[in-house]
Design a protein around this ligand. Structure first.
Ligand SMILES: Nc1ncnc2c1ncn2[C@@H]1O[C@H](COP(=O)(O)OP(=O)(O)O)[C@@H](O)[C@H]1O
Ligand SMILES: [Mg+2]
Length: 257
């Protein structure tokens, strides 16, 4: 299996008021192409910091992240920004989109700055791609809407479309269902599964067992370390979901969840 990201002994220390906070302590794991990995763990265990650090948004203190053959620590700010734009996708709990722009324009906009979005012809293709993604995620009917005219679940699906515009090697998501009601959360989660089915590799942080139960593998973080990993295998059939939730729950209990 092809490795798209290899994290080795990653450490992140924040210094605040002269106190050292070792938020990530020697975190190591691999993400293979096509995998859907969830990260769980108590609040403050370092899950968000992990996503920010592996993607170079936050500088690592020690260790190494190999992303698609490139060492993240050796990149400068501009190179990192380009790496994120061209090869990574991000979805957050807070759904940042611009007001006074349609949903479609919001989705297309960032891709215009990417390597494959410069020429007129490329931009036309990007627009077509955005429309195709909106169809795929079942929100094409809100293409011309303003961001204030759509539901939270629709907005989050639009954020997923935006994150997929440049065909990221890995789609990172930090509690993407955290601000949604359970129905919208389920819809959004189903979309992550479909996106993964079409080949996108996903690393997703979640508190929700129902969400994590649909991923291939769950990493459990505590005190800045991965304490264990639980392999569920690919989610293919809805009838297996209750059993997946049960086994994941009992593993999480053993982990001290
Ligand atoms: N920018 C920052 N400056 C200082 N400390 C931070 C910063 N970001 C996070 N932390 C600290 O890192 C720890 C882990 O935070 P975080 O990664 O957000 O955890 P989680 O996402 O698992 O809830 C917390 O103790 C938090 O206070
Ligand atoms: Mg967090």
């Amino acid at each position: 299996m092809e490795t798209v990201m290899k994290v080795s002994n990653l450490c992140k220390t924040y210094i605040m008021n002269k106190n050292q906070n070792n938020v990530l302590r020697n975190v190591s794991f691999e993400v293979h192409k096509g995998e859907f990995i969830s990260v769980m763990g108590p609040s403050g265990s370092g899950k968000s910091t992990l996503l920010y650090t592996v993607s170079g948004m936050d500088k690592m203190t020690a260790g190494e992240v190999n992303f698609g053959g490139k060492l993240v620590s050796q990149f400068g700010e501009n190179e990192l920004a380009n790496l994120r734009l061209n090869e990574m996708g991000f979805v957050f709990q807070q759904m940042h989109m611009l007001r006074n722009l349609s949903i479609l324009d919001n989705i297309v906009l960032a891709s215009y700055h990417s390597e494959a979005g410069k020429t007129k012809e490329q931009r036309k293709q990007k627009r077509e791609k955005a429309i195709a993604l909106m169809k795929q995620l079942d929100i094409i009917d809100i293409a011309d809407h303003d961001i204030t005219e759509v539901s939270g679940g629709q907005l989050q699906r639009a954020c997923i479309c935006r994150a997929l515009m440049n065909d990221p090697k890995v789609l990172f998501a930090d509690e993407p269902t955290g601000a949604l009601n359970s129905k919208s959360a389920k819809e959004v989660m189903n979309q992550f599964n479909l996106v993964n089915k079409t080949g996108t590799t996903i690393l997703l942080v979640t508190h929700d067992v129902k969400v994590a139960a649909k991923s291939d593998k769950v990493l459990y973080m505590e005190d800045g370390n991965i304490q264990g990993a639980f392999t569920l295998g690919k989610y293919t059939d809805e009838i297996t979901i209750k059993e997946r939730e049960r086994t994941l729950n009992s593993w999480l209990m053993d982990m001290g969840w």
